[in-house]
Design a binder for this molecule. Structure first.
Ligand code: FE2
Length: 333
C-alpha cells in the first residue's frame, strides 16, 4: 500500500524529468546541451570521478529520489568512474533520518569504486554535542561508502591520484580547523607531491574571498571579507596549497550554478591560478539563481585526468546531459 502511494507520489517527478530530457534532446543543440552517457572525452584518461555537492537530503523522499536519479546516471557510465565525491551538506540538518536516506540511496547504486563523503556545515547540525555529529559522520561514512575513518578529515586516492578530504571540526557556517588538522594537511600535501600526480583537495567551504565571495554569499556589499568561506584557517590552507603544483581545491557551499563570470564580485565556478585551481561545485539539490550561473538541479562535474591536463566537464546528472559551455581544461605543469 505504502509502496503504491510512494510510486504515485513520485510519478510527476519522473514525468517532469522525462519531458525535460525530451526537450533537451530536441533543443540541446540550440542551448548547448549534449545528451550522452558518461564516457571519457578523450583517449588516455588516467582517472575520472564525479563530484556533486549540497544534496541537502531531508526526510522527504522526493529529495532522495532526485539524488538517486543522478546516482543511476553515474552507475550507467560507459567508462566506469573511479570515484564519486559528495562535497558536503549531504544532509539538510544532520538528522539520523537524513543520514539514513543518504545511505539508502547509496546502497541502491554502484556508482564507482571509491565513494568519498565530505562533511558540510549542515551535516554538523544534528546535535548540540559535537562528538555526536562527528560520530554520525563516521558511522554513515562506513554505512554509505564502506570507508572506515576516525575523524572528519582523511585521505584516499582516485586511481592513483592523491585525494585529501578536509572538514570542519565545529558547527558554524564557516569552518573550524584545528592546528592538528592543518599540520596533518601539510604532511599529506608533502607526501602527495611525491607521486607526481595532480592532487585533489576537497573541503565544503571555499577559500575566503574567491568565487565572488563575500558578495556571492548574501549578495550584500556590506558583508565582511571572509564571509561564506572557510574562515580563520583559510590563509593557512591556501599557503600550504601554494607550495605545490597541480593542486585542485574543490568546494561547494555557495549554492550557485555553473558560471564563467568574471570580476571580483561575480561568481565563477573555476578560478585558475599559477599552480593551483579552485573549483566550486554547483549545488545539486537547489541553487540560488541570485548567486549566479545556471541554476538547474542535479548538476556537478565529471573530472577527467590525462597525462598533461585535467578536464572539468559540466554535467546535469538527473537529465543525463553534458553542458560543455561550462567545461574547463587545466594544463598540468
Ligand atoms: Fe548547502
Amino acid at each position: 500500500m505504502l509502496a503504491a502511494f510512494v510510486s504515485v507520489l513520485f510519478k510527476p517527478i519522473r514525468a517532469g524529468i522525462a519531458v525535460f530530457m525530451a526537450l533537451a534532446a530536441v533543443f540541446g543543440g540550440i542551448f548547448g546541451f549534449e545528451k550522452a552517457e558518461i564516457s571519457h572525452k578523450n583517449d588516455g584518461c588516467l582517472a575520472s570521478f564525479a563530484v556533486i555537492s549540497d544534496t541537502h537530503l531531508t526526510d522527504a523522499n522526493g529529495r532522495r529520489e532526485v539524488l538517486e536519479i543522478g546516482l543511476e546516471d553515474m552507475s550507467k557510465a560507459k567508462d566506469r568512474l573511479n570515484a564519486l565525491v559528495v562535497c558536503g551538506d549531504i544532509t539538510d540538518h544532520g538528522k539520523i533520518t537524513e543520514w539514513e536516506s543518504f545511505a539508502l540511496a547509496m546502497s541502491r547504486y554502484d556508482t564507482s569504486e571509491n565513494d568519498i563523503m565530505v562533511i558540510g556545515n549542515h551535516d554538523t547540525w544534528g546535535s548540540d554535542d559535537l562528538s555526536v555529529t562527528k560520530e554520525n559522520f563516521i558511522e554513515y561514512n562506513k554505512l554509505a561508502t564502506g570507508r572506515e575513518i576516525n575523524g572528519v578529515y582523511y585521505s584516499t586516492q582516485i586511481n592513483g591520484c592523491p585525494a585529501i578530504v578536509l572538514g570542519s571540526e565545529g558547527d558554524h557556517t564557516y569552518a573550524t580547523v584545528s592546528d592538528a588538522q592543518i599540520e596533518w594537511f601539510a604532511q599529506q600535501m608533502q607526501a602527495a607531491s611525491q607521486t607526481g600526480k595532480p592532487i585533489f583537495v576537497f573541503f565544503h567551504q571555499p577559500i575566503n574571498d574567491t568565487h565572488g565571495l563575500p558578495y556571492t554569499w548574501e549578495m550584500n556589499k556590506e558583508d565582511e571579507p571572509g564571509t561564506g568561506g572557510i574562515g580563520d584557517a583559510s590563509d593557512r590552507i591556501l599557503e600550504i596549497i601554494k607550495q605545490y603544483k597541480n593542486v585542485f581545491y574543490i568546494s561547494g557551499h555557495i549554492h550557485a550554478g555553473f558560471s564563467k563570470g568574471e570580476g571580483k564580485t561575480v561568481y565563477s565556478s573555476v578560478e585558475k591560478y599559477d599552480g593551483y585551481t579552485l573549483v566550486n561545485t554547483p549545488s545539486y539539490m537547489y541553487s540560488d539563481f541570485l548567486r549566479g550561473g545556471n541554476f538547474l538541479n542535479g548538476t556537478g562535474y565529471v573530472v577527467e585526468v590525462y597525462e598533461n591536463e585535467v578536464i572539468f566537464r559540466a554535467r546535469n546528472f538527473i537529465s543525463g546531459i553534458w553542458q560543455p559551455r561550462y567545461d574547463e581544461t587545466v594544463e598540468l605543469k
